[in-house]
Structure formats: structure tokens, C-alpha cells
Design a protein around this ligand. Structure first.
Ligand SMILES: [Zn+2]
Length: 143
């Protein structure tokens, strides 16, 4: 008996192309991020306006998704793709975000209520490195 072929590894790529086709059908010009990294998967342009999309594979039970603060700052929207019927829809981010001041660099950013204290990975790393240095100094002090 042959093993069933696992198409799951292509899920992300399939969703992106379904999303591209959907946006084209709505009259958008579509630009795709060639890297796996970054805040934006697809940029779509219509009537002089650019829209930024994060593409997510969704199923019927999926209702909500959250975005990174850096994505919210760029007005990125979640474009959910259901691969069962190849349907697409724009999904509102699940979490409430609010304008917050980073406690490290004092810059304002859109943070997740109660949870985000820092504007992004850069400031989180600064704080973590400081904690590590303090620990190292404590260890050296105790030696
Ligand atoms: Zn910061």
C-alpha cells in the first residue's frame, strides 16, 4: 500500500496563490513578498491605494487572528484563505490594540492591551541582554 502524499507542506504557498487570484479577481494589482520573512505577504494596489496583507490558512472554525504590533503599525490586514473551498476573507485582528509607550525607548506604538511593554524585538533584546549581564555579574560576585 502506498503512503498518502502529504500536501500539507505546500499549504502556505497554496494559500498565498489562492489569495493572489482572489485579489486579482477583485481588480487589484498584486505584489508578492519573495522572502518568507517580513510583516507583509502580499501588497495589493487599487484606485491609488495600497493594501497590505498577512496571508493565513484558515478553516471553518477559525474566526480570529492577531497581528504583531509592527504589522498593525503598517496597517497590515489578515487575509484568511480556506483551502477546502478556496474562499478568502479579510479577518479583523482578534486582540484589542492600543497606543502604548515603550518602557525601554519611550516611543509610542500600537501594543496589545496589558501585554506589550516594548515596541518590538529590538527593545525586548536590549532588556533581555541587560538581565543576562546582571545575572552574570551576580554569578561573578558570588564566585
Ligand atoms: Zn522600544
Amino acid at each position: 500500500m502506498s503512503k498518502p502524499i502529504n500536501h500539507d507542506k505546500h499549504k502556505g504557498a497554496r494559500s498565498e496563490f489562492v489569495a493572489v487570484a482572489w485579489l486579482l479577481s477583485l481588480g487589484y494589482e498584486v505584489f508578492k513578498n519573495v522572502s518568507f520573512h517580513g510583516d507583509v505577504d502580499i501588497i495589493a494596489w487599487k484606485d491609488g491605494t495600497f493594501e497590505y496583507f498577512d496571508i493565513k490558512t484558515i478553516n471553518n472554525t477559525t474566526v480570529r487572528y492577531s497581528l504583531l504590533p509592527s504589522q498593525l503599525n503598517r496597517n497590515v490586514k489578515v487575509l484568511g484563505v480556506n483551502l477546502v473551498d478556496n474562499s478568502c476573507r479579510i479577518i479583523e485582528p482578534s486582540l484589542k490594540f492600543m497606543e502604548t509607550v515603550c518602557i525601554e525607548c519611550k516611543q509610542s506604538f500600537k501594543g496589545r492591551t496589558f501585554k506589550h511593554k516594548y515596541c518590538g524585538p529590538k527593545c525586548v533584546n536590549i532588556v533581555n541582554n541587560r538581565k543576562i549581564k546582571i545575572k552574570q555579574l551576580q554569578v561573578m560576585g558570588n564566585a
